[in-house]
Design a protein around this ligand. Sequence first.
Ligand SMILES: [Zn+2]
Length: 315
Amino acid sequence: MQQKVQLYIGPQLACYGFGEGHPFGPDRMDAFWQETLRQGLDKRVSIGAPVMAERQAIERFHTPEYVDRVIACSESGAGYLDYGDTPAFKGIYEAAATVVGTVLAAAEEAINGTHKRCFIPIAGLHHARRNMAAGFCAFNDAGVLIETLRSQHNTQRIAYVDIDAHHGDGVFYAFEDDPDLCFVDIHEDGAHLYPGTGFSDETGKGSAKGSKLNLPMRPGANDADFLKAWPEAQTFIRAFKPEFIIFQCGVDSIEGDPITDMRFTPQSHAHAAAALCHIADKFSQSRIIALGGGGYNRTNLATAWNAVLKQMCDC
Ligand SMILES: [Zn+2]
């Protein structure tokens, strides 16, 4: 039987990490994959190989000056790409370009290939801006994906849905005035957590007013809070009728994450994944790409990412 889902896995993708012992370490992909094997989900998906993006593709979103800076820092392996959150390491350019290239390969697959649903665990680096890194994110793969869908795939109306504990500020502010980017973000209230943005009155600018939905949650928000918030998100996305769905399913919103205060369980992530697959089936020719996003508790990351993957296979 033809598999519905393509999962992107490979050592080149795991390389995007800031060293052993760092919350965003290179061991994250394998922690996820071991659980995929344990649950036998590997037999229910096709496996796609990581691909490194061309510089030209990265520059659909990022400025050439910033790309030059990442290349220079990648060669020296020293210093920070921002003001102290995102350290450079030797090869960070190749690693970050591989995250981007793999997401773009998944989009190509969802549009022209046989797998309409794709999952990339090491991706969803939603804090990077067009001209700078931020919060462990060198290149914003979601931002490059949005620009690529528009310029290369004639796909304008895109829904970006983000349930990472942190607000997806790098995506939000890059497309704040873009009415064709439906942005929905459930996150820990910016008054309590980095990056300190994503308030409910941030609904888009100019002609894009009303195309963005920020749903900040109290610290300690649980599955009941998620289920209370979700219907508004779902109605908002359905009303927009997206041609393509990007799901940033960051799992640092699960209870026990070392750097946030949220208390969802993987059931929240599974619920969102199932709902978004149904919306994609109805409006987007089934095209949906899930990006792993944040998540620093290795057990949570293994269970919640696999919960998303299982829903993508099942529903
Ligand atoms: Zn996060």
